[in-house]
Design a protein around this ligand. Structure first.
Ligand SMILES: [Zn+2]
Length: 197
């Protein structure tokens, strides 16, 4: 059926949705009440119209400043740089970080055609330069893959003059995980990031 196929092909554009799941979502739409469909459409529209970038850290926010940047008890002199908004959520869940963030929305990747201009890099350099030496530490928490590593080196070279201390997070050994199941990059980080016990 044309309308079902069309809907399934739209669902397939969603991240992580395979053909089976797209089909199930489409069949849900057939069974759902008019009200449920309205709610879904309304929620999609609301997200699109009200969510924008935080003026400070470029995370998604409904206000000019996100909840972290607007919180006066957060330490504005420590900036943790991440690739994606979901990385902020993951770090916030650990409840171990009281600084602020900067969300790049990606990492430079020549193979995927992601240039420095395609991510929120200028916003970060402008922010750090404008702080006039007030930023004590920049923690680079980009992904431990090729792009994330290259991004960390790039950021360090770019901003070393403007920040007192630049650090890279240590990727720890997952609790309950076996050391031999870790790939070498993860394990290398875990070793380098070790702390005295
Ligand atoms: Zn913010």
């Amino acid at each position: 059926m044309k309308s079902l196929d069309k809907l399934a092909s739209l669902f397939r554009r969603l991240p992580g949705v395979g053909p089976k799941q797209a089909e199930r979502f489409s069949l849900y739409a057939v069974k759902a009440s008019e009200g449920e469909i309205e709610d879904l459409v309304e929620a999609l529209r609301a997200v699109k119209s009200s969510v924008k970038y935080c003026a400070e850290c470029c995370n998604y926010s409904e206000e000019n400043l996100c909840a972290v940047c607007a919180n006066p008890s957060r330490d504005q002199t420590i900036i943790c740089v991440v690739e994606h908004p979901q990385d902020v959520a993951a770090i916030e869940k650990t409840k171990t970080f009281n600084g602020v963030y900067h969300v790049l929305h990606g990492a430079i990747s020549p193979t995927e055609g992601i240039t420095p201009g395609a991510i929120k890099l200028k916003e970060l350099t402008d922010r750090i330069k404008a702080s006039d030496g007030a930023v004590k530490e920049m923690i680079i928490a980009t992904n431990p893959d090729t792009e994330g590593e290259a991004m960390a080196i790039y950021l360090t070279r770019l901003l070393t003059k403007y920040v007192h201390r630049i650090t890279r997070i240590a990727y720890g050994v997952p609790l309950g995980g076996d050391i031999d199941y870790l790939d070498e990059v993860t394990l290398g980080y875990a070793l380098r990031g070790r702390t005295k016990i």
